[in-house]
Design a binder for this molecule. Structure first.
Ligand SMILES: CC(C)(COP(=O)(O)OP(=O)(O)OC[C@H]1O[C@@H](n2cnc3c(N)ncnc32)[C@H](O)[C@@H]1OP(=O)(O)O)[C@@H](O)C(=O)NCCC(=O)NCCS
Length: 171
């Protein structure tokens, strides 16, 4: 698996927009795939946040995505930056793609000097706990109960059995 900046493979932006629209579009009634694509194009920096990355399989097909953004919850403008948009294509799930994306962006955040990173999730708290994220609060957001979590990103390898250190060398 290879993790690339969306800035370096902009042809993948439409598939990322389709994934996000299919997964979260219902939360924003009236939205369109094109609208989501426009939004994703604002998160395509190569050297600063907001930044999006894409996981490619061995054939170069995009299988997942995640992003670092300045803001995510409109109710928490005081918290920044955020890990968000974590999505893995259904057929590629259960093979560690999300884990690789999360680790990769935590390493990038650490390289940017981020001390506190945030995310919110409806049901995937256990996934993030594996990477030392801790719950901050449970809240109602856009009609759904979510958990806000925080972590202190590190660019040191996670010391876990089977960990191979930094998963994807930066260019
Ligand atoms: C959640 C999602 C990103 C997981 O992707 P994935 O590539 O299958 O995840 P991984 O294979 O890296 O899973 C890593 C671990 O987290 C666990 N995990 C995966 N999804 C989980 C979830 N929704 N809740 C709790 N744990 C989860 C796995 O069981 C695995 O545990 P293990 O290491 O003990 O085997 C994927 O199912 C998805 O895109 N779902 C729809 C969008 C979504 O919910 N995104 C998260 C928003 S916060």
């Amino acid at each position: 698996m290879k993790i690339s900046l969306l800035a370096d493979c902009p042809d993948f932006a439409p598939v990322v927009a389709q994934w996000h629209f299919a997964e979260w579009g219902h939360l924003y009634p009236g939205g369109t795939v094109d609208g989501w694509l426009d939004h994703i194009r604002t998160r395509m920096n190569a050297d600063r946040i907001p930044m999006t990355v894409v996981a490619e399989d061995d054939r170069g097909e995009p299988v997942g995505t995640a992003a670092l953004t300045e803001h995510d919850m409109t109710t928490h403008p005081e918290l920044s930056p955020w890990l968000g948009g974590v999505y893995v294509a259904p057929l590629a799930r259960g093979r560690g793609v999300a884990s690789t994306l999360i680790r990769h962006l935590m390493e990038r955040a650490a390289d940017f000097g981020v001390r506190d990173l945030y995310l919110y999730t409806r049901g995937a708290t256990d996934l993030y706990r594996k990477f030392d994220w801790r719950p901050l609060s449970r809240e109602l957001y856009m009609g759904r109960e979510v958990t806000v979590m925080t972590s202190t990103p590190s660019n040191r390898p996670f010391e876990r059995p089977g960990s191979a250190g930094r998963s994807t060398p930066f260019r």
